[in-house]
Design a protein around this ligand. Structure first.
Ligand SMILES: [Zn+2]
Length: 295
């Protein structure tokens, strides 16, 4: 198989490495996914070489949030979120709520989530999803942490719920935004942040987003891989079919910058400043266990 990339071969060919002109923050990396278990350190090295210096590891349930927090505790530049994804919302319970509250007290945990609504697949019923989401909004209100929100085919309902909670929570980002103009403007009117992935690089289904990126103020826009999912489709042929990883974030930034009429460096600097402010990373660094030696 000399010509086609083996999807199990996760090393990135040297000639195809692409470095960001300015440091990036990947606000959504699912590095506790089993596909990273065998080469996590190499994955982090490749991210750093590509200029992706800071990663927010997504915690989608108790087990993964604890793993993400543990990885973040051990390494500078890594932070975690802790929440319950809408797919698993039927698992919400008072003991899970207590475990999440504990996680949110850890200095390396910088957001409540991934939480939200997904009416596309309804792995949990809409009623279960709303119950778990409202409980996590309560945890965000209590802790003051920002929210990392997932929404698919549930924009109107999510907007209504967030509207009711808006004064009680600090900040929220709707990650991997893929919706329509009206949904986007509804979120922006609620003073929410928007996370964009490689969805925009997909000419089949991401086309409508290309016209919308200019509507998102730079101080509300952040970038993410959502790896290992959503491999961008603008990669050179040799990279197609491989696992998505943080080192490929510069390819997504290139595409967004193009459609927003900015240089890659301008977009990189702006989204990094926004992410550092949104997740309060300077304050998190003051208490980050992995940085105690230096400070
Ligand atoms: Zn998501």
């Amino acid at each position: 198989m000399a010509d086609t990339a083996d999807p199990r071969d996760d090393s990135l060919p040297e000639a195809l490495r692409f470095r960001s002109p300015a440091p990036l923050v990947d606000i959504g990396a699912n590095l506790t996914h089993p596909s990273f278990a065998h080469d996590l350190d190499a994955t982090l090295d490749r991210a750093r070489s590509a200029g992706v210096e800071t990663l927010i590891l997504t915690g989608t349930d108790r087990e993964h949030a604890e793993q993400a927090a543990e990885l973040a505790r051990e390494r500078a530049g890594l932070y975690a979120t802790a929440g319950l994804h809408p797919h698993g919302a039927s698992e919400w319970s008072s003991s899970l709520e207590a475990a999440m509250r504990e996680l949110h007290r850890r200095p390396e945990v910088v957001a409540v989530g991934e939480c939200g609504l997904d009416f596309n697949r309804n792995f949990s019923t809409p009623a279960e999803q709303e119950r778990a989401f409202e409980a996590q909004l309560g945890l965000a209100a209590e802790s003051g942490l920002p929210l990392f929100i997932h929404e698919r085919d549930a924009g109107a309902r999510l907007h209504d719920i967030l509207h009711a909670w808006r004064d009680d929570i600090s900040q929220a980002v709707v990650h991997c935004f893929t919706g329509e103009r009206r949904t986007l403007h509804g979120y922006l009117d609620l003073d929410l942040h928007i996370g964009l992935t490689g969805w925009l690089c997909d000419e089949r289904r991401g086309h409508h987003l290309r016209e919308l990126v200019g509507d998102i103020p730079l101080e509300r826009l952040m970038v993410e891989t959502d790896c290992p999912y959503l491999l961008p489709r603008n990669l050179p042929a040799k990279l197609k079919g491989r696992r998505h990883e943080p080192a490929l974030l510069p390819w997504i930034v290139r595409e967004i910058a193009h459609w927003r009429g900015l240089t890659e460096a301008e977009l990189a600097r702006a989204t990094t400043a926004t992410a550092r402010r949104f997740f309060r990373l300077d304050a998190a660094d003051d208490n980050h266990p992995a940085l105690e030696e230096g400070n």
